[in-house]
Design a protein around this ligand. Sequence first.
Ligand code: ATP
Ligand code: MG
Length: 380
Amino acid sequence: MEETNINILSEQFDLYMKKGKEARAKGNVSLAKRNFLLASETMMQMAKQSQGKLKAVRMERARGLVKISENLQKAPEKTGKSDKKQDEEDDDLKKWQAAQIPNISFDDVAGLEDVKKAITIKMINPTKYPEKYKMYGKKTGGGVLLYGPPGTGKTMIAKAIANEVGAKFYAVKGSDIVSKWVGDSEKNINSLFEEANKQERAIIFIDEMDSLIGKRGLDTHNDKRVNEFLQQIDGFAGRNPNLLLLGATNRPWDIDSAAMRSGRFSQKIYLPLPDAPARKFMIEKNMKGVPVTKNFDVDKIVTQTEKYSGADLEELCDRAKDEPLLKAIATDKVVLVSNADFDRVLDEMPPSVTEKEIAEFEKYNEEINGYIKKRTKKQS
Ligand SMILES: Nc1ncnc2c1ncn2[C@@H]1O[C@H](COP(=O)(O)OP(=O)(O)OP(=O)(O)O)[C@@H](O)[C@H]1O
Ligand SMILES: [Mg+2]
């Protein structure tokens, strides 16, 4: 999986910080907020590529920036909206449309056949076989919610969907809509749907759905967002067959239950931890082209990593390369990666998703979809 070079990220971070500080000095709160949040997001990406203490420091810095942006005071509202504010909101809307869709396809995504199939039926085949769809009176578009533990590929598959489906892709994070536009978020949900509805074919992808539409009754801002969201989703469901709403969350139980009802998110798909073939695929992908010992045994690692998520496997492979790489630098020779390198990292790297969390997901999945994925049974 391609990562943005740390130097590029660092440059981006400096730029966002500079813009954020300039905007703050000029009293342009929304622009300052936006840039500090972008800086925070960039710092988070840098943290994800780091390890140990540096990782912790970077995560802390990223969180600190969210706080800074939250604490910025809104300038006193004048009556009527200035052109400038409107321009900014328009810019925000444009930003939602993924500028460059990363080069990820379904073939890069291990397993997750249910999701691939659902998207193929709802969005890819209708354009390929319109007369067949007509003949069967098959409905297209609608809402699909992806849920599962962290690091199981929800965000990744959304990006792959954007590539596979030749549609306009609006990607937003629930937490972004909420933190950028406290009080304004209902209006922005509305304009997001409006904008997407104008397109011939569009996908709205809302990541971290739980932070956008939490259970009602605890927070008035949230309740307003939920009501707006329900209106929007009811408005487009059945009306625009070319609009797909894709939501992702790792806290599905926090989402307001009315939004989960059939006809809204008519399909709710569980993304479990990867099974053995999926793990093998991911380990091989992460080790592609890397010099390994002759007797390097991928299947052994597959067996050792039963409860590891895709994100864990990525980190595992990355960390296993550390020591051979350092030795290669020190000796200026090719040092092969071996199973021992993996054993060493595995000793100090437990799976990030706990048994308790997995149980919680499987229970939830059973309640929602009426069955539990018999994933583990299939494994050797
Ligand atoms: N099914 C998969 N196939 C290939 N790679 C995967 C898969 N699942 C996870 N990964 C790897 O793990 C990384 C993290 O996955 P991703 O960000 O999509 O997780 P997520 O489910 O969105 O997690 P979160 O709930 O924390 O947002 C990806 O960049 C990818 O390298
Ligand atoms: Mg994600």
